[in-house]
Each structure stands twice: as structure tokens, then as C-alpha cells.
Design a protein around this ligand. Structure first.
Ligand code: F3S
Length: 283
């Protein structure tokens, strides 16, 4: 039995950095550690951090009652208003916003100062997009599809700046760029799609094509894990989605010769290694 684990399985650079920063704060002596929202969408990681004393704050109004400690901003980033509330609090603020997201904040802030309307390709309900909107200083519009982009009403002479949520589909973003190009805009776009998601999906697709069975490891509520599962299933009929090793039943695997393993962006290495070792030793 051959077992191949995807190189891109698991945490992207920004998520790894955020989790590392939380762990660093846990080991540094200096009061309680809080994260603004769960640091990643993985119950096991959040529960593990909770055991180390990390608490999740959902509402910044709670900061009024906390007098000391450290609050960590997660990789999605926050709006300028939220950042200011944290800065004004008596807590030490550690910014774990992914540098790629921070770059978008700077782009939209500058565009607003130049009088441009900012158009963000993304999901309006996603915290990353809400954070980006919160750094704009003028008109800001979120579009989630080419059809929505086409329906945006722009005044004659209105200048725009188009950016994307980091996990926006690259092909969908290109369609949106094309719409504004056809409307006569030029010098209006900065492609802020992060390649980590595309690379993970491309590798999963290639792996699924070569193996007899695919295991996708990730949280049930993680949308990027579900997407990985769908991609793998398209190319490998025997694809299984598991959250942890407890969900893995190797009985149907006995007749297979080659197993592929990949994992969503919020799956920690420890779970991926545990699954890989188990499959290697048991089959
Ligand atoms: Fe950052 Fe890209 Fe991950 S933007 S959080 S490295 S998906």
C-alpha cells in the first residue's frame, strides 16, 4: 500500500502564523490571552488552545470589563473601527492579520483617499470582507459574481479600484475584471487573490487522479475543506471526508493499492500526521 500526502495539505502561511502567534503569547508570561473570534475554524485546535487558557471574545464590548492581558486579531483581519477599539483598551494587541490581507487594507484605504470607489469581489458576510470594507474611506461595493459586478451603477468619470477577497476564485475574479474592462476602465485592478487555495486545490486534483482512494481531512463547517472534497470526488470515486482519525474506517480500503491524503486550510499538521501514520501502519 502506497500512501501519498499532499505537500499543500493543511495550514496556509497566514493561518500557521496566526496560530503560532497565539502559542507564543501563551508561553510568554503576561496575563490572560484572548482571541477576537475563534483563531481558526477547527474545533480541535480551538479546544486545545482553550486548555492552555486562551479565551475567545465575540463582542468587543466585553473589553470594557477586562483590565489586562493580550488580545489577538486573527488572520482574517478586522475593520479600522474594531482595531481602534482594541488599541484604546487596556489590553496588549497582537495583530495576526495575514500580511496579504493587511496589504488589501492599505490598498483600499489609499484608493478611498484618492477618491476612488472601491469594489471588492467577495462574500459580503465573510469576516475578511467586512474587515476590508471597514478600511475604505469612501464608496465601497461588494460583488460576489460577474452578474452583480455588471449591475453596479457608476457615475460618469467615477474612478474605481477593484480588489478581491484572498480566497476568491481566480477564474471568477478574471470574469469580473473583464466586465469593467469592457466598460472602459483601465488601471483599476489589483489582483489580491491568494494562490494558497488554488495551489492546494490543484494538488488535490492531481493526487485524486493518481490514487485509488482519497482521504480529505478537515472541519465539517470548513467551506474550503468541502470544496476540496468535491474536487477529489470528481476525480476519484472513493473519496472520504473525515474530521479526525476517529471518523476513519479502513474496512473499505483493503482492496486499494494507493491512498492519497489532503487537508483543508484549518487542519493542523498533528491531525494530518496522525491520519497518515495510522493509514501507513494499518494497511
Ligand atoms: Fe493569508 Fe492566503 Fe492564508 S491570504 S490567511 S496565506 S489563504
Amino acid at each position: 500500500m502506497k500512501v501519498i500526502t499532499a505537500n499543500t495539505a493543511g495550514f496556509c502561511f497566514g493561518v500557521r502564523r496566526a496560530v503560532d502567534l497565539v502559542l507564543e503569547q501563551c508561553s510568554a508570561a503576561g496575563g490572560d490571552v484572548y482571541t477576537y473570534g475563534p483563531i481558526i475554524h477547527n474545533e480541535q485546535v480551538v479546544a486545545g488552545l482553550e486548555k492552555k487558557g486562551v479565551r475567545v471574545i465575540e463582542d468587543l464590548a466585553d473589553l470594557d470589563t477586562i483590565k489586562e492581558g493580550t488580545i489577538i486579531i486573527r488572520s482574517h483581519g478586522v475593520s479600522r473601527a474594531e482595531q481602534e477599539i482594541m488599541d484604546r483598551s487596556s489590553l496588549n494587541v497582537v495583530d495576526a492579520t495575514c500580511p496579504y490581507v493587511k496589504k488589501i487594507h492599505r490598498i483600499v484605504e489609499k484608493a478611498g483617499d484618492e477618491g476612488r470607489t472601491v469594489i471588492i469581489a467577495g462574500d459580503p458576510g465573510h469576516p475578511e470582507v467586512r474587515g476590508i470594507v471597514g478600511w475604505t474611506t469612501g464608496r465601497a461595493i461588494v460583488v460576489n459574481s460577474a452578474a452583480e459586478a455588471a449591475s453596479v451603477q457608476l457615475e460618469k468619470g467615477e474612478q474605481i479600484m477593484l480588489v478581491a477577497q484572498t480566497t476568491f476564485q481566480a477564474a471568477k475574479f478574471e470574469d469580473i475584471v473583464e466586465i469593467y474592462r469592457k466598460r472602459g476602465y483601465y488601471d483599476f485592478v489589483i489582483n489580491t487573490v491568494c494562490s494558497a487555495t488554488d495551489e492546494r486545490q490543484a494538488e488535490a486534483r492531481d493526487l485524486a487522479r493518481q490514487v485509488d482512494v482519497m482521504i480529505v481531512v478537515g472541519g465539517r463547517h470548513s467551506s474550503n475543506t468541502r470544496k476540496l472534497y468535491e474536487i477529489c470526488q470528481e476525480h476519484c470515486e472513493s473519496t472520504y471526508l473525515i474530521e479526525t482519525l476517529d471518523d476513519l474506517d479502513l474496512k473499505p480500503f483493503q482492496s486499494f493499492l494507493c491512498v492519497g491524503i489532503t487537508a483543508g486550510a484549518s487542519t493542523p499538521n498533528s491531525i494530518i500526521e496522525e491520519v497518515t501514520d495510522y493509514v501507513r501502519t494499518k494497511l
